[in-house]
Design a protein around this ligand. Structure first.
Ligand code: SF4
Length: 243
């Protein structure tokens, strides 16, 4: 069986329900989440390029680019777009309280990170990498579509990122090589934040992810029974059922 090229959203969809993956579904974050992610990423990239520009200028540019990426102008009413931009500005304000330049120095903006699992490649989204003046620990920014710790630490993408990060810094007794900072936006736009280190990495879980990807490569798919998800493909799987 040939390998597949997968995104985070598609692999999450397969793990949630192989039939959802087969129908082309994804498991991705909310609009608030995507706006926060794109804004933080554009801001970080722009601040690395033009460090002399002030924060308000860079934020306005980042918000404009994020609005375009989320198609706010074409898919949403003007009032909704303004509300989303305001929420994202407040989100960024909370973000700077945690990742301000007094504590963290940017190393790089968003970067593609490709993990190989079985014969497939998974494109992981790293939103940026920071470090402190204190030590070499890498601080990796990563957005998650989940709002509870249980789902976040059981997310295969979290494990693949933790596993990939291990290779970048030499181990040092007494401190983690890298910290994966998980970020998300609540429906009201407030910032959600938690972090994990390689201590949360379970090698058995990596074997399970590999087994799932091998199943995906064989194109094995079937509906979840019983299916409790709200899903756009409900009537395809269970004709006569509502969402
Ligand atoms: S309705 Fe349920 S079983 Fe069918 S694709 Fe969606 S999540 Fe999977």
């Amino acid at each position: 069986m040939p390998g597949k090229a997968l995104t985070e959203e598609r692999l999450r969809a397969y793990i949630k329900c192989s039939q959802l993956f087969h129908y082309g579904g994804t498991e991705s974050g909310s609009l608030s989440n995507r706006m926060a992610q794109y804004t933080a990423e554009y801001y970080l990239a722009a601040s690395l390029r033009s460090s002399t520009r002030d924060r308000a200028y860079l934020l306005t540019r980042a918000l404009l680019q994020a609005s375009k990426a989320c198609e706010l102008d074409t898919k949403y009413l003007a009032g909704q777009s303004v509300q989303m931009a305001t929420q994202t500005t407040l989100w960024m304000d909370e973000y700077w309280k945690i990742f301000g330049t007094d504590m963290y120095l940017p190393v790089t903006g968003p970067l593609p990170w490709r993990a190989k699992v079985s014969k497939s490649r998974i494109d992981l989204q790293i939103s940026g990498v920071l470090r402190t003046k204190k030590n070499q620990t890498l601080h990796v920014l990563s957005f998650t579509p989940y709002m509870d710790r249980h789902s976040q630490v059981n997310d295969p993408i979290t494990h693949l990122k933790l596993n990939a990060m291990k290779k970048f810094v030499r181990s040092h007794p007494g401190r983690p090589r890298a910290i994966l900072h998980l970020l998300w936006a609540y429906p009201n736009g407030r910032l959600g934040y938690d972090h994990v280190t390689e201590d949360s990495l379970n090698p058995k879980y990596l074997d399970l992810i590999k087994a799932k990807v091998e199943e995906l490569e064989r194109d094995s798919h079937f509906p979840v029974l019983p299916c409790k998800y709200s899903c756009p493909f409900k009537t395809k799987c269970f004709p006569g059922e509502d969402k």
